[in-house]
Design a protein around this ligand. Structure first.
Ligand code: NAD
Length: 485
């Protein structure tokens, strides 16, 4: 195995690595072997205090420099990330178990894209001028202040950058808490940002479980909270932020539909279904896990899907040939196995997979159920693992009603050669991120986020700027002030 440079301490505060061994130890387990590869310590109240103090103290001076200067630092950080892509990808593989084949092209690279994109945008952030006769109003786009980012474990580097880059571009400071399951990568993001010239205190990383996240969210110094996590956590964090009238971005879970019409290119639809169910071993929030396939092509679709799943290379994530890695943790493996048992018990037809793979690590076979009905648990709840549910349909109006009959609204996809139908269906989806003849693309240039219970606000694109800045209106009178007395 090629060794990545590990972070040297648990936290990164005010421009340096910081340790406090009084915090609860958190073991970092390599999912491919089940072995402990590092131990970090949860933030103690003293560490939380240090991080928030540092952020608060640094933010105003950062917001006062020009966007061009802020952007230059972010772009420099993007360059460093790209140069270190190999090391960062190895670390991401250790943290998550995702194959190097994926991490080397998706994780640090998409983080670098965000730093580069917002680095370019920082200089363009402006208010506007509104003429009112001889008088006028201008708006100033101002930073929010101290932003808290809380991450999930499936894309640790990407999440740290998708939150950090727009926050910093707008002149905010950030305190980021990664998932306790994958604590390592965000520390490297902090290290690189500071190496690129980011002044101390503007991007801090502290470790911990939900309590540390909770302490950050309720602190009066914090102006905004951006969470990537499950819907139940989102409800708690949103409620806690609401008590302090704080800005929020909520990137939460989903149970997204993918509809494959009878005229679809089957090979492309199968590719989309594979990307939308088995990439990152199915641990992707926007996955299209309810695959509605028209009955006319259902058996052909299932046959080709099973054949192609046979080509998945399951094994050592560091082997560049490996295309399917383990689940992130024993806990997640057990949760997904529990759903597979529910699927079997409820009468879904197991087409392929369905079992854990013997040996070290948390490996699970890619699993496909057919003849799934809308009321089954595996069609209603987010599984967050490599389990695809294939459902039958015949009529467009009927399948649209079923596709939207869920509390979630993160993503949705349609495969068809009929252009009018494709756009009609996309317009009808109650989901924030929709795909026509593709699935799970997430370029930084496009807004990403959910409707309904899947989220509030958007990440990426210019849209994210709205969620990391606020407008101040300044009224200017050129003539005399008229008063009633
Ligand atoms: P999770 O909800 O268990 O935890 C997410 C984060 O919230 C962790 O850092 C956790 O420590 C923290 N947390 C937990 N309780 C908290 C509390 N009371 N206050 C503050 N912070 C708290 O999610 P997970 O298991 O780490 O990740 C999987 C979930 O994330 C899935 O539901 C998935 O769909 C979702 N996700 C969404 C997106 C998106 O962009 N929409 C992206 C990735 C993952």
């Amino acid at each position: 195995m090629t060794y990545a440079t590990q972070p040297t301490a648990s936290h990164f505060i005010n421009g340096s690595y910081v340790e406090d061994t009084a915090g609860t130890p958190i073991e970092v387990i390599y999912p491919a072997t089940g072995k402990v590869i590092a131990t970090v310590h949860a933030a103690t109240p003293a560490i939380i205090e240090q991080a928030l103090d540092a952020a608060k103290a640094a933010q105003k001076a950062w917001a006062a420099i020009s966007g061009t200067e802020r952007g230059r630092i972010l772009r420099r950080a993007a360059e460093i990330m790209r140069v270190r892509n190999h090391d960062l990808s190895v670390l991401e593989t250790w943290d998550t178990g995702k194959p190097y084949q994926e991490t080397s092209v998706v994780d640090a690279t998409s983080g670098a894209d965000a730093l580069e994109y917002y680095g370019g945008m920082a200089a363009t952030l402006t208010g506007e001028h509104i003429q009112l006769g001889e008088n006028w109003v201008y708006t100033r786009r101002e930073a929010l202040g101290v932003c808290v980012g809380i991450g999930a474990w499936n894309y640790p580097t990407q999440i740290a950058c998708w939150k950090g880059a727009p926050a910093l571009a707008c002149g905010n400071a950030m305190v980021f808490k990664p998932s306790e399951t994958t604590p390592l990568c965000a520390l490297k993001v902090a290290e690189i940002l500071h190496e690129a010239g980011l002044p101390a205190g503007l991007y801090n990383v502290i470790q911990g479980m939900g309590e540390v996240g909770g302490a950050l969210v309720t602190d009066p110094r914090v102006n905004k909270v951006s969470l990537t996590g499950s819907v139940p956590t989102g409800r708690k964090v949103y409620a806690a932020a609401a008590a302090g009238i704080k800005h929020v971005t909520m990137e939460l879970g989903g149970k997204s539909p993918m509809i494959v019409f009878e005229d679809a290119d089957i090979e492309n639809a199968v590719s989309g279904a594979i990307l939308g169910n088995f990439y990152s071993s199915g641990q992707v929030c926007s996955n299209g896990t309810r695959v509605f396939v028209h009955t006319a092509i259902k058996e052909a679709f299932l046959a080709r899907l099973s054949e192609r799943l046979g080509h998945a290379v399951i094994g050592d994530p560091m082997d560049p040939e490996t295309s399917f890695g383990p689940m992130v943790s024993r806990r997640q493996l057990d949760i997904v196995l529990g759903y597979i048992e529910k699927g079997k018990a409820e009468g879904a037809r197991l087409v392929t997979g369905g079992a854990a793979i013997e040996g070290a690590g948390f490996f699970l076979q890619p699993t496909v159920f057919a003849d799934v009905t809308d009321d089954m648990v595996i069609a209603r709840e987010e599984i967050f693992g490599p389990v695809m549910a294939v459902l039958d349909f015949e009529d467009e109006a009927d399948v649209m009603a079923r596709a939207n009959d869920t509390e979630f609204g993160l993503a949705a996809g349609v495969f068809t050669r009929d252009l009018a139908r494709a756009h009609r269906v996309a317009a009808g989806f109650e989901a924030g991120t929709c795909y026509i003849n593709t699935y799970n693309d997430a370029p930084v240039e496009a807004p990403f986020g959910g409707m309904k219970a899947s989220g509030v606000g958007r990440e990426n694109a210019r849209a994210a700027i709205e969620h990391y800045s606020q407008l101040k209106s300044v009224f200017v009178r050129m003539d005399d002030v008229e008063a009633p007395f």
